[in-house]
Ligand binder design. Structure first.
Ligand code: FRU
Length: 444
C-alpha cells in the first residue's frame, strides 16, 4: 500500500492517475489527432482487481482523464492489452462512417483468455458477447495481447506473452484467431515469465527491421522487472531474431521502466512504459495515488560504434528555456563532457549522482537521494546503483529530465536511457560537477 511521504511527489509531465493505482500502459492507439492511454488500474493506491483507466492527449504531455473504460466481469479481471483503430470496420462493430476502436485484453481468472471490447465514441466501451476470442483452458500464463495491423499478410496479428515464449495469431475480423507461430524460449533471460510483448517495424538504411519487446517478470539478477528487446524480422506469421541471445538488451538501463509498449496507428513509433518496478512499486510514498508512466519516447534504430544496431529513444518534451539556477521541480540538465565525470543534484543533505564512470558506462546512484526506507529493496544498494556500457567512445552529452520524483537520463542520442524514481524530502536546488571534466547547462 502506498504510504504518505514527506511531501507531494506527484510529477508534472509524467502521467499519473487522479487517485488509485496504475501499472502497465494499455491500449495505446492514436485516432484523429488523439493519443489514447489506458492503464492497469485499481481505485485504491495498491494493486487489486484490475480495471482499465483511460485518458487522452493531443501532445502526449497534457492528459484529459476519462471514465474507467473496462471493469472486471464474469470472465475475470481485466489484465493488460492493446487497441487498434478498425478503420475499415472489419469487425463489424461500427460502420463506415463510425469505425470502431477495438481493444483486446486478457480476461484473467483461473485461466487467462483473450477478450475484445469496442467503442465508436472513443469513451464508452462495450464488451463483445462472443468473448473470449482466444480461449484457453491449459496454459497458466497466456496474456497481454498486443494486436496490430499486419502489413505483410494483411489483416490483424496479435503477439501474446506465454510463459517463456511469445505466440503469434492472425485474424481478418479481430474475432476469429488462428495461431501462426512462436518465438522463444531462446533468449529468455528471465526467472519470471514473459509479459507485455510488442512487435513493430522500424526503418533502417532504407529497409526495415522488426523489434520484439518483451517484459521480463521481476527477478533479482535483472534488478527486478525490466523490458528487453530483440532485433530481427517478421515474415507475417512469426518473428525471427538476428541479435545473438547473449547480447539481448534492456530498453532502459535504469530501474523504473517496465511493461513498455508502443502506439498503434501513430505518425511515429512512440513508446510509453510504466515508470516503476514490481519489486517495490506497491510501497511508493506518494499517498492517494501510486505509480506513473514514463515520458512518451519516439523510437528509431541507430548504428553505434560499440554496440552495432541499437534502439534509440527521444523523449517528447514541453519547451524548456535556459535558466541560471534550479528554482523549481521540473527542469532539464544538459551535461557535456569527456572521460569519467560525476554530476550531483542536491538539496544540501540528499543527493542523486549520475555520469560516466572509468569503464565508459553510464551510471546513476540514488542511494542517498531522499526517502527510501518505505521498502527494504528500494533502500538496498542493488536497487539504488546501476550502470550500463555506453555504445559510443569519447565525448558525451547527457540530458537529465527531472520531474519532482522521476528522473529520465538520456545519453548518446538516446541509445542509453535510464529512468529512476527518487524521493528527495526537500526539492533539489543545485547541480554540480563532483569530479571529472563536464559542463552543466540548466533549463526549465
Ligand atoms: C505486467 C503484468 C501483466 C499483467 C498485468 C496485471 O506488469 O503482470 O503481465 O497483465 O501486469 O496487472
Amino acid at each position: 500500500m502506498s504510504t504518505k511521504g514527506a511531501r507531494n511527489y506527484r510529477p508534472e509531465i509524467h502521467f499519473t492517475p487522479k487517485t488509485g493505482w496504475i501499472n502497465d500502459p494499455n491500449g495505446l492507439v492514436y485516432v484523429d489527432g488523439v493519443y489514447h492511454l489506458f492503464a492497469q488500474y485499481f481505485p485504491e493506491p495498491h494493486w487489486g482487481p484490475m480495471h482499465w483507466y483511460h485518458a487522452q492527449s493531443r501532445d502526449l504531455i497534457h492528459w484529459e482523464h476519462l471514465p474507467v473504460a473496462l471493469a472486471p466481469d464474469e470472465l475475470g479481471l481485466i489484465f493488460s492489452g492493446s487497441a487498434v483503430y478498425d478503420a475499415r470496420n472489419t469487425s463489424g462493430f461500427g460502420s463506415a462512417e463510425k469505425p470502431p476502436i477495438v481493444a483486446m485484453y486478457t480476461s484473467h481468472s483461473e485461466h487467462e483468455q483473450q477478450s475484445i471490447a469496442w467503442s465508436t465514441d472513443g469513451v464508452n466501451f462495450n464488451k463483445y458477447e462472443g468473448n473470449p476470442v482466444i480461449p484457453n483452458t491449459e496454459l497458466r500464463d497466456f496474456r497481454d495481447p498486443k494486436v496490430f495491423a499486419n502489413p505483410i499478410r494483411g489483416g490483424w496479428s496479435v503477439v501474446l506473452s506465454v510463459g517463456d515464449r511469445a505466440m503469434f495469431y492472425a485474424s481478418e475480423d479481430l474475432k476469429n484467431w488462428t495461431k501462426t507461430g512462436e518465438f522463444g524460449p531462446d533468449g529468455n533471460r528471465s526467472e519470471g515469465v514473459w509479459e507485455c510483448a510488442d512487435l513493430f517495424p522500424l526503418e533502417l538504411g532504407g529497409g526495415e527491421k522488426w523489434i520484439l519487446l518483451v517484459s521480463m517478470g521481476p527477478n533479482k539478477p535483472n534488478h527486478g522487472a525490466r523490458t528487453q528487446y530483440f532485433i530481427g524480422n517478421f515474415d507475417g506469421d512469426k518473428f525471427v531474431c538476428d541479435t545473438p541471445f547473449d547480447r539481448a538488451e534492456f530498453i532502459d538501463g535504469g530501474l523504473d521502466n517496465y511493461a513498455a509498449v508502443t502506439y498503434n496507428n501513430a505518425p511515429d513509433r512512440t513508446l510509453i512504459g510504466w515508470a516503476a518496478n514490481w519489486v517495490y512499486a506497491n510501497d511508493l510514498p506518494t499517498g492517494n495515488f501510486c505509480c506513473q508512466m514514463t515520458l512518451a519516447r519516439k523510437l528509431s534504430l541507430m548504428h553505434t560504434p560499440l554496440g552495432g544496431i541499437r534502439l534509440a529513444q527521444q523523449p517528447v518534451l514541453p519547451d524548456f528555456n535556459p535558466t541560471e539556477r534550479i528554482d523549481g521541480e521540473l527542469f532539464k540538465l544538459t551535461v557535456s563532457g569527456e572521460g569519467a565525470a560525476t554530476v550531483r543534484l542536491t538539496n544540501g543533505g540528499e543527493w542523486f549522482d549520475f555520469g560516466v564512470n572509468n569503464e565508459n558506462e553510464l551510471f546513476i546512484d540514488r542511494s542517498h537521494a531522499g526517502e527510501k526506507d518505505f521498502n527494504a529493496d528500494f533502500a538496498d544498494d542493488w536497487y539504488s546503483k546501476i550502470s550500463a556500457p555506453r555504445l559510443f567512445d569519447g565525448h558525451w552529452t547527457l540530458e537529465l529530465i527531472f520531474d519532482r520524483s522521476v528522473t529520465e537520463l538520456y545519453c548518446d542520442g538516446g541509445t542509453r536511457v535510464m529512468t529512476n524514481l527518487v524521493y528527495p524530502t526537500k526539492p533539489y536546488d543545485r547541480a554540480e560537477v563532483l569530479s571529472g571534466n563536464a559542463k552543466i547547462e540548466i533549463s526549465k
